[in-house]
Design a protein around this ligand. Structure first.
Ligand SMILES: O=C(O)c1ccccc1NCC(=O)[C@H](O)[C@H](O)COP(=O)(O)O
Length: 292
């Protein structure tokens, strides 16, 4: 891993919590074995149905969010699927994102789309905490252990999303044999998002890799921008969690759909409507927006 001083304090705290959970998990019962729902097939199905392939994230809170969303995560997840999400991401990090393995289990039981476990896995023992269809490995955090952890996850049946932030991490992900790669637009030092990050890394990703744009995607215009830069799919949390999750998801997945309601102008009008709906919803729930 790079110099930890280059990480935001919240990220250092997330990592130290992950290491504590890893050490508590070591020595527990045997390896988990997963029969995963196929993520690529879910993306292909979405494409075939004129839905932008989108992973909607159940993200109750985060270091860049004020307040937290207290609604039942299962109801939120079902709303995202109703809105057209091809897959879901569920935080299981408890200390900074309000996640839990119990939430992931409940969500996965309730929906039939693939579910990504969003956590900060730094040790093989963490892989056995809960079944999911996909696990996340963040290249920056696992360093030289990436090939070993990738293999350990695949041995258990997981599909693996390897997350990178720059070209050096991309090369390491490719060398390790990653076939699904996410480029995260949120930098880990300041936690600010810049969609230009994806645009700078994407041209160097081989065509055969499934490429996902992560973080900071909040509007149909952002969706179009990431798709134009080569995203096969998108991962969206905050913008969907802020307000009516089904409507927010629908607005983003319909960005490329044909017909009157989904022209570029139509989408932007819908976005404005969605903002109004979200604002109304915010009055009723304790949800606040992310600054980034
Ligand atoms: O979201 C955060 O505040 C955050 C802070 C520190 C480390 C990671 C963080 N987010 C993890 C993610 O990857 C996002 O939850 C995910 O990509 C969705 O991002 P967004 O659509 O911007 O909520």
């Amino acid at each position: 891993m790079d110099d930890p001083d280059e990480l935001a304090p919240a990220v250092r705290s997330i990592l130290s919590g992950a290491r504590e959970r890893a050490s508590a998990a070591r020595g527990a019962d045997g390896d988990i074995s997963v029969s995963p729902r196929d993520l690529s097939a879910a993306f292909e199905r979405a494409d075939a149905e004129d839905r932008v392939p989108l992973i909607a994230e159940v993200k109750p809170t985060s270091p860049t969010t004020e307040g937290s969303r207290e609604d039942d995560p299962v109801a939120l997840a079902e709303g995202m699927v109703a809105g057209g999400a091809a897959a879901l991401s569920v935080l299981t990090e408890p200390g900074h994102f309000g996640g839990s393995v119990d939430t992931l289990e409940r969500v996965r039981d309730a929906v039939d789309v693939p579910v990504l476990r969003k956590d900060f896995v730094v040790d093989e023992a963490q892989l056995d905490a809960v079944e999911s269809d996909v696990v996340l490995l963040i290249a920056r955090f696992v360093g030289d252990d990436l090939p070993t952890l990738l293999e350990a996850a695949r041995d258990r049946g997981f599909q693996v999303l390897v997350e990178v932030h720059d070209r050096e991490e991309l090369e390491r992900a490719l060398d390790a044999g990653a076939t699904t790669i996410g480029v995260n637009n949120r930098d880990l030092a300041e936690l600010v998002v810049d969609l230009g990050t994806f645009e700078s890394v994407a041209p160097h990703v081989p065509d055969e890799v499934t490429l996902i744009a992560e973080s900071g995607i909040g509007s149909p215009a952002d969706v179009r921008r990431m798709r134009a830069a080569g995203a096969d799919a998108l991962l969206v949390g905050s913008a969907i969690m802020d307000g009516d999750v089904a409507a927010n998801t629908r607005e983003l997945v319909r960005t490329e759909a044909g017909g009157d309601e989904a022209t570029a102008d139509g989408d932007d009008a819908a976005a404005a409507d969605g903002d109004d709906a979200a604002a109304a919803d915010d009055d009723a729930t304790e949800t606040t927006e992310t600054p980034t």
